[in-house]
Design a protein around this ligand. Structure first.
Ligand SMILES: [Zn+2]
Length: 346
């Protein structure tokens, strides 16, 4: 019998070496360990032996059985590893650095102008903030010195939500949150923040009015901020955006959140200042409201107006994009007309 076991072992080793698939492996398992398998037969033969022989032979048969079981498990792992390697070799190879041949998305003209302005202000140390589009009445109005019953709060112009909140009507709605987030600057330092955003007003839509438009607002707060700081930053901004040397002038203007408040005009690019129909013969184009932040607004933002001053300016981003790209109809921006919108990509 021991001789038999040695033969079985040899036969098994030989056959196992030739196995290249899981199916073949299963066949071998059945041939040796199955109900009528060679090892199983040997186990059955044990009953024909004497008690002494049975003991020795039994141990040998069981040892062989375990060896074969283990060898099958090991071989299965080898087969799986081979299969995995084959899959890797046959997999398609992608080079992710190759540019796509299909057209990729393009930036919206308003996004292009916004990014350009953000880049300019970032180099001057401004933080970019992203205000919420759904705001409380307090943030949108009270906190920027527009009290209840003020004409600027006309229900006609504002989208009120059922829960009493509103869609922000101007980027100034973020001022209070930003002041509270950063607080007053350290002595000798300034707080400089730029906050672009989408605004909503209940307008009848035509070529120059939209209910959804973009503004971009900036403010600078410190111990010693004056109107000359404001003029400097506005000149840098407009020169970069319009890619020409821009002259600016300030005219007094009333806005509840600034004191004093100004309308900032730039010299007309079309006539160079000599007067034309676009500038109504004045040589100047009205561009943005700005001014020194009202003491009430600073106070409500938790900043002491006796110690700190600041300027703020609000830019109609949509309007600026229209001027920069000479777009005559504001409806283009929200139209989804890709053919039209793509021409501004660069
Ligand atoms: Zn002009």
């Amino acid at each position: 019998m021991l001789e038999n076991l040695a033969k079985i072992k040899e036969q098994f080793s030989k056959e196992l070496n030739a196995v290249n698939s899981k199916d073949e492996l299963e066949k071998i398992r059945v041939a040796f360990l199955g109900k009528k398998g060679l090892v199983t037969e040997e186990l059955k033969n044990l009953r024909n032996l004497s008690a002494d022989e049975k003991k020795t032979a039994g141990m040998q048969v069981n040892k062989l059985k375990q060896e074969i079981e283990q060898a099958i498990i090991d071989h299965q792992k080898i087969l799986e590893e081979r299969e995995y390697q084959k899959e890797i070799e046959n997999a398609e190879v992608y080079d992710y650095s190759i540019p796509s041949e299909k057209p990729v998305g393009t930036l919206h003209p308003i996004t292009i102008v916004q990014k350009q302005i953000e880049d300019i202000f970032k180099t001057m140390g401004f933080i970019i903030e992203d205000g919420l589009e759904i705001q409380t009445e307090y943030n949108n109005f009270e906190a920027v010195n527009i009290p209840k019953n003020h004409p600027a709060r006309d229900m006609q112009d504002t989208y009120y939500l059922e829960n009493g909140q509103i869609l922000k009507t101007h980027t100034s709605a973020a001022q209070n949150t930003i002041m509270r987030k950063y607080g007053a600057p350290n002595s000798g330092e300034t707080l400089k923040v730029l906050f672009p955003g989408r605004c909503f007003r209940n307008e009848n839509i035509d070529a120059s009015h939209e209910n959804t438009f973009f503004q971009l607002e900036g403010m600078m707060i410190g111990e010693d901020i004056s109107i000359s700081n404001l003029i400097y930053f506005m000149k840098v901004l407009l020169t970069e955006v319009f890619e020409r040397d821009v002259k600016v002038r300030l005219r007094p203007g009333f806005f509840p959140f600034v004191e004093p408040g100004f309308e900032l005009d730039i010299n007309c690019a079309i006539c160079g200042g000599s007067g034309c129909p676009t500038c109504k013969q004045s040589g100047w184009l009205e561009l943005l409201p700005c001014g020194m932040i009202h003491p009430n607004v600073l106070r409500m933002g938790g900043i002491d107006p006796d110690k700190y001053t600041g300027f703020a300016f609000g830019l109609g981003l949509t309007r600026l994009a229209m001027m920069k790209y000479n777009i005559k109809d504001i409806r283009l921006f929200n139209s989804g007309n890709l053919k039209q919108l793509k021409q501004f990509v660069r």
